[in-house]
Ligand binder design. Structure first.
Ligand code: ZN
Length: 137
């Protein structure tokens, strides 16, 4: 999956701004390319969980449709752990068609993708399948 540099930067900025709380948002684009990351409110009262605000989710779907794109995934942060799906992430993943991006702001290096601070997964049937990310300008 291709992701544009500006979307990577936005996810990293959001994670850093919300840390030590988890942040979340939606990914817009098409089947092969994520071109926009848009912030969503995190409705979870637990700072170590996330739940995408439904209005923000709906708003992102509309914004994508209006520009011939769609919501292709969701991102969230792991302020205190690596960018790997937690047990909760696997148990609560409810969109098998979505790509799940996880960012670990505490393990950021020069390049979030190269250093593994930003990773992508398909979460299906309680299992995580890694999806390689390729960053484009
Ligand atoms: Zn998580």
């Amino acid at each position: 999956m291709v992701i544009v540099r500006s979307a990577v930067d936005e996810i990293v900025r959001h994670a850093q701004a919300e840390s030590p709380h988890e942040c979340c948002g939606l990914l817009l684009g098409d089947a092969a390319r994520i071109d926009t990351a848009t912030r969503a409110r995190n409705d979870s009262p637990d700072p170590t969980r996330y739940r995408v605000n439904p209005e923000d989710h709906f708003g992102a779907i509309h914004a994508a449709r209006a520009t011939g794109r769609r919501v292709v995934g969701v991102y969230h942060s792991h302020p205190h752990s690596s960018a790997s799906p937690s047990f909760t992430d696997l148990a609560e993943a409810s969109y098998p068609e979505y790509l799940y991006l996880i960012v670990s702001p505490s393990s950021l290096g020069e390049d979030p993708v190269d250093t593994g601070a930003l990773r992508a997964y398909w979460l299906r049937d309680g299992r995580a399948i890694v999806e390689a990310l390729r960053v484009e300008a």
